[in-house]
Design a protein around this ligand. Structure first.
Ligand code: AMP
Ligand code: ZN
Length: 447
């Protein structure tokens, strides 16, 4: 039985699917710069969610959006448009910036061995749906127009504060100074922005008689409506999405379609680096390429992420990354043992599966793996559950390695030690170390 912590109820709940295919939506990246390791944690944890559901026998349909329009540098409809910012920085068009970082993001996705979503949805492919949703929200009396755009009147939606347990009165009082007189309530947000005469904004669509573009939150609502149909089973994101982005998605879905958006809401916490917030000014916005320059692979990073729980605040250090890497090598060598002797399972895979079914507790699952005796078949299941490329040589180490080991044995028997040493070096190049024991050669992985 799968249990998940649902932000909507603040409780650990038993997962009950709505239908035969579990519908999942993951808020994706704004594609204006390279992802840092903090941005990538979410996709690693939600990959475990998908793999756990699959291990439990569910069919899954997942949608991931790519925000290529409308996300301003502040979540509260102010500041620069992130794509315009990226374009100015790189001397490219906004469309080129989006293409570049979508490609980079998908490369990270593959390098981390994450299961690709069934639908990858670019926000700019859903502008028609956005316009229809704005019309519906207006028709249902939830919006008003200012010279700046179409705003959602949050006072018209009684349940607005419920999801994030917002203190609206406190917010209103605290924000008085910079409160725009055109916005009726401090929590109101743009569902559509108008482009002012003279304003530079390359992505623009004519709607309501003027050029404009959608507010950030609307794309998720439109994409879910078109690709999955609300309500969906599970909606995922980072904890920072709770008070604004997800609160606004929920409000829009109710206002446009009169329906609930999702049953279960999962949010992962932030990581720090060396005890500090990730920020450009501290120079700690490491990408996977930065880790590679220090000899760590994307899978080493995935090991590090999964060695903690998605709801915990984690602190990244290169020492802890090295420990995660060493742990994986240790597991690989348990697999090497399985290739060489008949290892009888102690039945621990059930405990591993139970741990991830308990609110995706990968930290506990990893601790079980450390102490378990697993058969080759168990390791195959472990690899499928976490996607760690542990058995890249499955079902056996490659024919080439086997042949080299055999050849080396024959050379040793013929007392041709020179040849045996050359073969040992060849194996070392393939990251295999051979030790000669009384029972014959025993090999292990060196990475
Ligand atoms: P940003 O580009 O910094 O706005 O980040 C995009 C998304 O990545 C955020 O909305 C968060 O959900 C996630 N994120 C950013 N920084 C971190 C972090 N340090 N740890 C985990 N997730 C993060
Ligand atoms: Zn979203």
């Amino acid at each position: 039985m799968l249990k998940l912590y649902n932000t909507a109820s603040s409780k650990l709940e038993e997962f009950k699917p709505l239908d035969e295919v579990v519908k999942i939506y993951t808020c994706g990246p704004t594609v204006y710069s390279e992802a840092h390791i903090g941005n990538l944690t979410a996709y690693i944890y939600w990959d475990l969610l998908i793999r756990t559901l699959r291990a439990d026998g569910y069919k899954v349909k997942r949608v991931l959006n790519l925000t290529d329009v409308g996300h301003l540098t502040s979540d509260a409809d102010s500041g620069e448009d992130k794509l315009e910012k990226g374009a100015a920085r790189e001397g490219l068009t906004v469309w080129e910036v989006a293409d570049r970082y979508i490609e980079k993001f998908m490369q990270d996705y593959r390098d981390l061995n994450l299961i690709e979503p069934e639908v990858l949805a670019r926000a700019t492919d859903y502008i028609e749906e956005d316009m229809q949703a704005v019309d519906l929200m207006k028709e249902h009396g939830f919006t008003y127009e200012t010279k700046d755009g179409v705003y959602f009147d949050t006072s018209k939606y009684d349940a607005y504060a419920d999801f994030a347990k917002l203190d609206l009165a406190g917010l209103q009082a605290g924000a008085r100074v910079e409160f725009s007189d055109e916005k009726r309530n401090v929590s109101d947000f743009a569902v559509w922005k108008f482009i002012q005469p003279g304003e530079k904004h390359a992505m623009r669509w004519d709607f309501l008689g003027r050029p404009g573009y959608p507010g950030w939150h609307l794309e998720c609502c439109s994409i879910i409506h078109k690709e999955l149909g609300e309500p969906i089973d599970i909606h995922t994101g980072g904890i920072d999405h709770i008070p604004v982005h997800h609160t606004n998605e929920i409000a829009e879905c109710f206002a446009a379609y009169g329906s609930k958006l999702a049953h279960y809401w999962l949010h992962c916490d932030f990581i720090t680096v060396d005890g500090q917030k990730i920020s450009k000014s501290l120079g700690n916005t490491y990408s996977l390429d930065d880790l590679a320059r220090q000899q760590f692979t994307p899978i080493d990073y995935k090991m590090w992420v999964l060695s903690g729980h998605y709801q915990g605040t984690r602190n990244f250090t290169f020492d802890s990354l090295a420990a995660a890497k060493a742990r994986r090598l240790n597991w690989r060598n348990k697999i090497a043992e399985c290739y060489q002797t008949d290892v009888v399972s102690d039945g621990s895979f059930e405990k591993i599966l139970a741990a991830v079914n308990n609110n995706l507790n990968s930290a506990e699952a990893f601790a079980v793996i450390d102490g378990a005796i697993l058969s080759l078949e168990d390791w195959q299941k472990v690899d499928e559950l976490f996607g760690l490329n542990l058995l890249e040589d499955t079902p056996d180490i490659s024919a080439e390695v086997h042949a080299l080991i055999r050849e080396r044995e024959q050379a040793r028997e013929a007392k041709d030690f020179e040849k045996a040493d050359v073969l040992r070096d060849k194996l070392a190049e393939l990251s295999i170390e051979v030790n000669d024991t009384a029972d014959g050669p025993v090999w292990r992985y060196t990475k």
